[in-house]
Design a protein around this ligand. Structure first.
Ligand code: SAH
Length: 363
C-alpha cells in the first residue's frame, strides 16, 4: 500500500511569530473547576460547568453554539468564545497503520501529530512548538526553524483530534513531536494535567522527551508528576554530543546527567535515555561502553532509535549487526536497553521526520 502524497505547503518563514493574541482564552485545557468558575462568571448555574466539561472532552464539541443543552439565548451570547480546536489540513496513512496529521491552528500555523495504533493501545505523538529552535543535526524539525510555543489547548487538541479520527480512546501520549517541551514548560505541564484529569489518560502513560535544558529537568521534578521523562542523550561524551546537538555546548553532559539523577531522587521515577544510532558516528562498541560507564547504577533505561533518514542530513542507519552489537555491550554491562524501531517511516511520521514544509520530493 502506498502512502498518499503530501501537498506542497508554503515555504516556511524562519522568523519567530507571536502567539495568537487571545483576548478570550480558549476553553480547551481548562479543568472542571476552571470551567465551573467561568460559567458562574457568565451568570450561569454551577452545573453548567460539568456539562461544558463533558461536551468539550467527551463529545469533542467545536463551538459553544452547538451545545444543545444550553439555552439558545446563552449560546448566542457566548458563540464567539473559542473552544480552541484545530482543523485537520491533511492526513497521511503509512502501511503499518500509523497516521500523520497536519493540523491548522487558529493563526494558520501548521503543526504535526501522529497516531500510532498497536494492539490494545493508541499512542499519540504530540508537538509542543511550531518548529523547533534546538537545531539537532539529524532532525527534520530542527532544520525548519522555530516559530512559536503551543498553548495548553493546542497540545490537548492533538490528542482529541486523533481520538476522534480513530474512534478509539487514546491510551498513551508521547511529547516527542515537533519542538522542545522544556522550552514550553508551563503549557506542557498544563497539558499533562488536562490530559490526565480531563481526558482521562494515566500520568504513567505520558512521556515527556527533552534534549535537556539547564535547570528545567529539576524544575519539572518539583511538580512531582508521574510522567516518564525521556532524555535525548545521543552521545556518550561531550565532544560528540556537541557535534550532534548545538545546544549541548552550553550544557555539559555531566551537568545534564547530574540533573537527571536528581530527577530520579525527587520523583522516584526512572529516566529513559534516547540514543539515535548513526552509522559510524556514535554506534561503535566503544561508544556503548562509554555510555554504560555513565549509566551504571543509575535507575534508567536506554532506548536506541535507529536513525530515520531525512533528506537534509547525510547520516546513515547502522545495519542490524551493528545495532545488535551495541545492544550486546550495554546488556553485558547490565544496562536496561531496548531498540525502538520507529513506526510510520513511510509517511514521514517517524521520530525526527516531522516537518511541515514538505519541500521534499515524494517518490
Ligand atoms: N525535543 C525533544 C523531542 C523531540 S523528538 C527531544 O529532543 O527529546 C523525539 C526523539 O526523536 C528525540 O530523541 C530525537 O532526538 C529523535 N530524533 C530526531 N531526529 C531523528 C531521526 N532522524 N531519526 C531517529 N530519531 C530522531
Amino acid at each position: 500500500m502506498s502512502v498518499k502524497s503530501v501537498p506542497v505547503l508554503p515555504s516556511p518563514k524562519t522568523s519567530v511569530v507571536q502567539q495568537p493574541n487571545l483576548s478570550i482564552p480558549p476553553l480547551l485545557g481548562a479543568s472542571l473547576e476552571e470551567l465551573t468558575g467561568w460559567v458562574q462568571q457568565q451568570g450561569q448555574p454551577a452545573y453548567r460547568g460539568k456539562q461544558l466539561h463533558e461536551w468539550i472532552y467527551q463529545k469533542g464539541v467545536r463551538s459553544l453554539s452547538d451545545i444543545s443543552v444550553f439555552s439558545k439565548q446563552w449560546r448566542a451570547e457566548v458563540a464567539e468564545i473559542p473552544i480552541g480546536r484545530s482543523n485537520i489540513q491533511y492526513r497521511s496513512v503509512a502501511p503499518d497503520g500509523t497516521v500523520k496529521y497536519l493540523l491548522q491552528l487558529s493563526d494558520d500555523q501548521i503543526i504535526e501529530c501522529v497516531g500510532i495504533p498497536a494492539e490494545k493501545r493508541l499512542t499519540v505523538c504530540v508537538s509542543t512548538q511550531v518548529g523547533c529552535p534546538m537545531a539537532c543535526d539529524f532532525c527534520a524539525t530542527g532544520k525548519q526553524g522555530y516559530k512559536r510555543n503551543l498553548g495548553r489547548h493546542e497540545i490537548v487538541d492533538q490528542v482529541l483530534t486523533v481520538q476522534e479520527d480513530f474512534q478509539q480512546r487514546v491510551s498513551h501520549v508521547v511529547f516527542m513531536g515537533m519542538g522542545e517541551p522544556l522550552l514550553n514548560t508551563d503549557h506542557v505541564i498544563g497539558s499533562v494535567k488536562s490530559l490526565n484529569q480531563d481526558v482521562g489518560i494515566g500520568q504513567r502513560n505520558l512521556t515527556v522527551s527533552t534534549v535537556g535544558i539547564r535547570d528545567r529537568i529539576r524544575q519539572l521534578a518539583q511538580h512531582q508528576l508521574q510522567v516518564t521523562l525521556a532524555v535525548s542523550l545521543h552521545a556518550p561524551n561531550q565532544a560528540l554530543r556537541e557535534q550532534l546537538i548545538p545546544s549541548a555546548r552550553s550544557y555539559p553532559i555531566e551537568d545534564l546527567l547530574a540533573e537527571c539523577r536528581e530527577y530520579v531522587k525527587i520523583t522516584g521515577r526512572r529516566v529513559s535515555f534516547e540514543y539515535v544510532l548513526l552509522a559510524g558516528v556514535n554506534d561503535l562498541p566503544e561508544h556503548a561502553l562509554e555510555l554504560a560507564r555513565h549509566l551504571r547504577g543509575f535507575q534508567s533505561h536506554v532506548n536506541l532509535i535507529p536513525y530515520n533518514p531525512i533528506t537534509e542530513a547525510d547520516y546513515k542507519r547502522p545495519n542490524e549487526n551493528r545495532i545488535q552489537a551495541f545492544v550486546k555491550v550495554l546488556k553485558q554491562q547490565q544496562i536496561a536497553v531496548s531498540v525502538r524501531y520507529s513506526r510510520g517511516l513511510e509517511a514521514d511520521a517517524a521520530c525526527g521526520q516531522l516537518r511541515t514544509n514538505e519541500n521534499k520530493k515524494e517518490s
